[in-house]
Write a protein that binds this ligand. Structure first.
Ligand SMILES: Cc1cc2nc3c(=O)[nH]c(=O)nc-3n(C[C@H](O)[C@H](O)[C@H](O)COP(=O)(O)OP(=O)(O)OC[C@H]3O[C@@H](n4cnc5c(N)ncnc54)[C@H](O)[C@@H]3O)c2cc1C
Ligand SMILES: *[C@@H]1O[C@H](CO)[C@@H](O)[C@H](O)[C@H]1NC(C)=O
Ligand SMILES: *[C@@H]1O[C@H](CO)[C@@H](O)[C@H](O)[C@H]1NC(C)=O
Ligand SMILES: *[C@@H]1O[C@H](CO)[C@@H](O)[C@H](O)[C@H]1NC(C)=O
Ligand SMILES: *[C@@H]1O[C@H](CO)[C@@H](O)[C@H](O)[C@H]1NC(C)=O
Ligand SMILES: *[C@@H]1O[C@H](CO)[C@@H](O)[C@H](O)[C@H]1NC(C)=O
Ligand SMILES: *[C@@H]1O[C@H](CO)[C@@H](O)[C@H](O)[C@H]1NC(C)=O
Ligand SMILES: *[C@@H]1O[C@H](CO)[C@@H](O)[C@H](O)[C@H]1NC(C)=O
Ligand SMILES: *[C@@H]1O[C@H](CO)[C@@H](O)[C@H](O)[C@H]1NC(C)=O
Ligand SMILES: *[C@@H]1O[C@H](CO)[C@@H](O)[C@H](O)[C@H]1NC(C)=O
Ligand SMILES: *[C@@H]1O[C@H](CO)[C@@H](O)[C@H](O)[C@H]1NC(C)=O
Length: 668
């Protein structure tokens, strides 16, 4: 449903309905900052109680259900668009798109990934604790198990999937022929196949489900899942183009510099956009949707050992009351503005402020509000409300290296061939419009593996030794706070164990149907930072992911790219005649390393910058996601992850946001 329709529905339905950007009240029970998957989930769940007034402020514009957002074929095209913050890292990589997640990997990471969260001092955050919330977030439509699906090993365990949640999770109606070669290759190499990539046992080959409406094969994003069906709630306010400049606290004057508009400065906190080709998008229309019902799902379940474990562990968590006490800071509102030059506005909050602005902006907002390392805030003359050295530290991302192996003998039209030929483009567009089938239902990435380090047998031992013997201080910034350092060392030991475990993924091999792989480091040892450049809220933050600063990360990428040659040398891949141009088949390790350094980019998974860890490990939030030193300021987004799971993050942030809802106090 587009915005206009939503608006019409409002008019038809009730006088009480609140379209986007309705005039705001002076005060709300809850104020949520940021309208990504996390913020919209929390806003939805809180406003289920009609007695609770909820306001969500989002800095960006609402999208208009543009076809390039909705249609899977165009996955990735939002990068660089008006919906992108267009921020740059200190080195040259682009980071942090907007609220849109791509219809690609939807998976949750492994059981061990969350055991690590627990081991780092966070009871209640195991995979089994989160599973009910992963389940709650989705309506899963199993794959109809076509021959092609069987050829790529699509399996599904119904016990780990939901059937009444907001996000539609299903499979594309198209599997590229070359993807079958990819999975056959992994088979030939005896790479294990995960039974269901969402049951916590990810190591190995897996075909991931997507956030996709099964009937009309359009993407199901946070907005269509958690907001549009609920747009008629009279107690849910969503206001876009509203940039929160700081959180206001009772009894503190805070940082007055955020309050001063800077006339003549039209900045809305964005970096410089770069132009993107959008010629193909202009001819896409959205009509003529023929409902194609998925076939009934054959009962071919294998109820494996963990089933009983899941049943045992599944329980409704109890509400944990917030311990409020003297000396704890109380948030009583937020300050926001539509642009740097616009006058600021204040809105007061009765219960809680919840920041869900993502791993880049959440630490920025905290620091602008006086919560962060005093050593960073004082030189900027920001009054320190809580001295928390961990804010903006511990930045983790999945570093990705794309390697192009063009097929000389593709067995079907590839997405590149289709996108570069208007005849073909229109032909498949028509099939999509009429029947919701064909390549337009699939993104270029098609098929994944999450191999363990043990697959790369020749290199794994030396990598493990390097991880084991390094000191925490070796590769972190020299001015790091001792607590943050201790936190990293605790993580390093767990990461080293993960490298040794043949059941835990260490990298992702992402297959592109036109002849390319992405090799992605799933267990980064490098840690970056998000810092303020000034006390002005509309200045973009300084993002330094410090990719590859820990040599273990480069070693893993190197070993995995060397292993690509083995994949390409299998019988099924040889049939496609992939070209190995760069790096060449005889490239030395040193040459491959140079290639990695030149081509490393983000998988768009920044996380960990306000980690859920004990204070003495550099933590920012406790296991209820409350900011230390405050009684009612909570963070709910990718910033709270203490260690990044070996998965794409969208399913994870939905699960986290669904879970934390149960920790929030209901209004009296
Ligand atoms: C290009 C791209 C491709 C991706 N592909 C996949 C994929 O295939 N699979 C997958 O699982 N994940 C994918 N991801 C990752 C996934 O989208 C993110 O992990 C997820 O969106 C994080 O959710 P979040 O709620 O933490 O933060 P975000 O989604 O970043 O949401 C934060 C929101 O807060 C808003 N905000 C920021 N500052 C302020 C402020 N001061 N005031 C008000 N609002 C503010 C932002 O505009 C944004 O809307 C992709 C991400 C990108 C960018
Ligand atoms: C596809 O279906 C969903 C769910 O029914 C709906 O919200 C969306 O508008 C549809 N998309 C198009 C393009 O029709
Ligand atoms: C999920 O898919 C079903 C069936 O196509 C549809 O009725 C429903 O509206 C979808 N939900 C969303 C949020 O798109
Ligand atoms: C859109 O379609 C029209 C008519 O089919 C064509 O002339 C035009 O070149 C197309 N535009 C783009 C950007 O493809
Ligand atoms: C918002 O609140 C802050 C802190 O109390 C105050 O300094 C500022 O003047 C207020 N702004 C407006 C527009 O009321
Ligand atoms: C506000 O910011 C400016 C520029 O960063 C700085 O010079 C000034 O001291 C700051 N004022 C206060 C009160 O923090
Ligand atoms: C995939 O391969 C099969 C068998 O070789 C062929 O019939 C089919 O047309 C191919 N699919 C596409 C989309 O080219
Ligand atoms: C585009 O594809 C059509 C159909 O396969 C083909 O006839 C035509 O030559 C192609 N055009 C170009 C420019 O390659
Ligand atoms: C849609 O499917 C029907 C039935 O299979 C077929 O007759 C029709 O040609 C298809 N439409 C397009 C545009 O391919
Ligand atoms: C390990 O090294 C041996 C000898 O050089 C080689 O035959 C083998 O293929 C290598 N294994 C891997 C996984 O690279
Ligand atoms: C590596 O192979 C390429 C062609 O595949 C060749 O041009 C080049 O000279 C070779 N380099 C070395 C060092 O053998």
């Amino acid at each position: 449903m587009n915005l206009f329709l939503a608006f019409l529905l409002c008019i038809l339905h009730a006088a009480e309905c609140l379209p986007l950007n309705s005039p705001l009240l002076d005060s709300y029970d809850y104020i949520i900052v940021g309208g990504g998957p996390s913020g919209l989930t929390v806003a939805n769940r809180l406003s289920e109680n009609p007695a609770t007034n909820v306001l969500l402020l989002e800095a960006g514009p609402a999208d208009s259900n543009e076809p390039w957002i909705q249609i899977p074929f165009f996955a990735g095209q939002g990068v660089g668009s008006s919906l992108d913050w267009n921020l740059q890292t200190v080195p040259q990589t682009f980071l942090d798109g907007r609220t849109r997640a791509l219809p690609q990997g939807r998976n949750r990471g492994g059981i061990g990934d969350y055991d690590d969260w627990v081991a780092l001092g966070n009871p209640g955050w195991s995979f089994w604790d989160l599973l009910p919330y992963f389940v709650k977030s989705e309506t899963f439509t199993p794959h109809p198990q076509s021959d092609a699906a069987n050829a790529v090993g699509i399996n599904q365990n119904p016990l780990v999937h939901g059937h009444s949640g907001p996000v539609n999770v299903s499979f594309s109606n198209h599997i590229y022929n070359e993807t079958v070669n990819f999975f056959s290759a992994l088979n030939e190499l005896q790479m294990p196949v995960s039974y269901d990539p969402n049951d916590g046992t990810t190591a190995g080959a897996s075909f991931l489900p997507l956030s996709l409406n099964p009937a009309n094969q359009t993407r199901c994003d946070a907005r269509s899942a958690y907001f549009e069906p609920y747009a008629t709630r009279p107690n849910l306010w969503i206001s876009t183009n509203q940039h929160v400049t700081r959180v206001l606290f009772e009894g503190g004057s805070g940082n007055p510099n955020t309050t001063i508009p800077t006339p003549g400065d039209s900045s809305v906190g964005q970096g410089n956009s770069y132009s993107r080709p959008d010629g193909l998008f202009s001819n896409i229309t959205q009509n003529a949707i023929v409902s194609k019902r998925p076939r009934p799902w054959p009962i071919n379940l294998v109820l494996n050992a963990f089933t009983s474990r899941f049943r045992k562990q599944k329980r409704e968590p109890t509400n944990t009351p917030i311990t409020s006490g003297p000396g704890l800071l109380k948030a009583n509102g937020v300050e926001f503005a539509s642009a740097a030059s616009a006058p600021r506005k204040n809105i007061t909050v009765v219960r809680e402020v919840i920041i869900a602005a993502g791993a880049i902006h959440t630490p920025q907002i905290l620091k602008l509000s006086g919560i962060g390392p005093s050593s960073e805030l004082q030189p900027l003359q920001i009054p320190v409300m809580v001295d928390l050295p961990g804010v903006g530290m511990n930045l983790q991302d999945h570093a990705l290296v794309g390697v192009f192996y063009p097929y000389q003998r593709p067995t079907s039209l590839t997405s590149v061939q289709i996108a570069s030929n208007y005849t073909l483009f229109n032909q498949f567009g028509a099939i999509y419009q009429a029947n919701r089938t064909g390549p337009w239902t699939a993104g270029p990435p098609d098929g994944n593996a999450f191999p363990a380090l043990s697959v790369l047998t020749n290199s794994s031992l030396s990598i493990i030794t390097k991880a084991q013997t390094q000191k925490a201080t070796h590769w972190l910034p020299t001015d790091i706070h001792p607590n943050v350092l201790a936190g990293f060392d605790a993580q390093r030991q767990l990461l080293t164990k993960a490298l040794q475990d043949p059941k835990r993924a260490v990298y992702e091999l992402l297959n592109f149907n036109y002849g390319a792989f992405s090799n992605v480091n799933m267990r980064p040892f490098s840690r970056g930072t998000v810092k303020l450049i000034s006390s002005r809220p509309f200045d973009p933050p300084i993002i330094d992911p410090r990719y590859g600063s820990n040599p273990v990360d480069l070693d893993i990428l190197l070993a995995s790219i060397v292993y690509n040659r083995k994949v390409l040398a299998t019988t099924p891949m040889k049939l496609l005649q992939p070209l190995q141009l760069n790096p060449s088949p005889n490239a030395t390790d040193q040459e491959i390393l140079e290639f990695i350094k030149a081509n490393l980019q983000t998988e768009f998974h920044p996380s960990g910058t306000c980690a859920m860890l004990p204070l003495d490990l550099g933590g920012v939030v406790d296991p209820q996601l409350l900011v230390y030193g405050t009684q009612n300021l909570r963070l709910v987004d990718a910033s709270i992850m203490p260690v990044i799971p070996a998965s794409h993050l969208q399913a994870v942030v939905y699960g986290v946001a669904e879970k934390v809802r149960t920790e929030l106090r209901e209004p009296l």
